[in-house]
Design a protein around this ligand. Structure first.
Ligand code: HEM
Length: 408
């Protein structure tokens, strides 16, 4: 019973962490939050400081699972690949090694080359429901487009994308949602299936490199052309799985949240429809106001003082980008969603410093093309008032509405 109460409390906090952030920003020093088992870094200035002091605040535990794994799941996972450190969870030289191929594969030119494909996919998805007059946009659109795009970036066959996307969501469930031991074992089976799918690509691209991110990562993380060792395959599969998940779950979540806020206040939608040149500003405001990745962790490498609070070595801090983005010291009316807000591009939704998001341009482009498309194809888009109010998923890492019923 106590466990269920704890879980319910945590879920409510995850669905709406903003009141807690407000209190933490007003508290002198850092606030310790037992539900997070961490010190909450809530102010814009303090978040920036942690992200810039990478030697003092390690990323090794940036993404700790929220739930312990059952024996049943632990029995399944060794049939797959990993876990190994990835770009998000490494520091210093190891981080630079992982980061280099991502910077190359997500360069401005590479992202620009992906856009025609992204537009075609987006148009195709809208063609599928445009004549219906109503839809549930999370399933029909938001959860689909980014998987197709990141699948193309990595070099997946489009026929493999649904399985890859499914595996990504199952990995998230396994690590971040409470499941029964059998439920965890079933999710672990799906994750193992995803890893074997990715391993097939890794080995194939070793043999026959192509112009895609999978080949770029194989060449960078396992230089040479001999057969890959098992250890190299473990590392490559873990890294590709990380890129896949970082690339689509975040963007899918943000498409849903962005549309929710634009349609929740129809004046914003009408303003945008009347002046589509506001699309980039609307995207920035959506990303600032209610971002997908609310927070990641850092661990102190030595005793440090932050915001006047003394922390010992090995202390955990939760770096809340979502709170920094509503810091009243940086933004007027910080809690309001306003697509005409000036100066909203300094937000921290994509992180900052060495671990700052290498996929931010790709994410922004997908958000922009979605708005451009929806304004053209469904200018009368509105929330379906006959359905219950949209409810947020209980997560700090892929914040989004559970469902978004709309009509037009
Ligand atoms: C709206 C969508 C997205 C949001 C809100 C987002 C947010 C973030 C944030 C906050 C970080 C920093 C993590 C840290 O400080 O430890 C990050 C890192 C990262 N993101 Fe994104 N991201 C998005 C889309 C993407 C896309 C489309 C890709 C790739 C296709 C991507 C790939 C990555 C990777 C690989 C990292 C780790 C970088 C490193 O540790 O050096 N993200 N992202």
């Amino acid at each position: 019973m106590a466990w269920h109460d704890d879980q319910a409390r945590r879920d409510e906090l995850y669905r709406d962490p903003y009141p807690l952030y407000d209190r933490a920003r007003r508290t002198e020093g850092l606030m310790y939050v037992p539900e997070f088992d961490a010190w909450l870094v809530a102010r814009d200035q303090d978040v920036r400081e942690v992200l810039l002091r990478a030697e003092d605040f390690s990323s090794a535990n940036a993404l700790l699972p929220d739930v312990p794994l059952s024996e049943a799941a632990l029995g399944v996972l060794p049939r797959g690949f990993g876990p190994r450190p990835t770009v998000v969870s490494s520091d210093g030289a190891a981080h630079r090694r992982h980061r280099a191929p991502l910077n190359r594969g997500l360069s401005a030119a590479r992202v620009a080359a992906l856009l025609p494909y992204a537009r075609t996919c987006a148009e195709g998805l809208v063609d599928g429901f445009a004549a219906d007059g109503s839809a549930e946009l999370v399933e029909a659109y938001a959860r689909r487009l980014p998987g197709m795009v990141v699948g193309r970036l990595i070099g997946l066959d489009p026929a493999d994308v649904p399985a890859a996307v499914h595996g990504g969501y199952r990995a998230e469930e396994l690590l971040f949602r409470p499941l029964s031991p059998q439920g965890q074992a079933a999710a672990a089976e799906d994750v193992v299936a995803l890893q074997h799918l990715l391993d097939g690509y890794v080995r194939e691209r070793r043999e026959r490199p192509r112009d895609d991110m999978c080949s770029t990562m194989v060449a960078a993380l396992a230089p040479g052309d001999g057969e890959l060792t098992l250890e190299q395959r473990h590392e490559l599969v873990t890294s590709l799985q990380n890129l896949l998940i970082a690339g689509f779950l975040t963007t899918s979540a943000l498409i849903g949240t962005m549309l929710l806020h634009l349609l929740g206040d129809r004046r914003q939608w009408r303003t945008l429809r009347a002046d589509p040149s506001l699309i980039p500003a609307a995207v920035e405001e959506a990303v600032r106001h209610d971002t997908a990745i609310q927070a990641f962790r850092r661990t102190t490498t030595r005793p440090v003082t932050l915001a006047g609070t003394k922390l010992p070595a090995a202390a955990t801090v939760l770096v809340a980008y979502g709170s920094a983005n509503r810091d009243e010291r940086r933004y007027e009316r910080a809690g309001e969603f306003d697509i005409t807000r000036p100066g909203n591009r300094q937000h921290l939704a994509f992180g900052y410093g060495t671990h700052g998001c290498p996929g931010s341009q790709l994410a922004r482009d997908q958000l922009r093309l979605t708005l451009d498309l929806f304004i053209r194809r469904m200018p009368e888009l509105r929330l379906d008032r006959d359905r219950p109010q949209p409810r947020m998923r209980p997560t700090l890492i892929h914040r989004s509405p559970q469902a978004l019923y709309v009509t037009w």
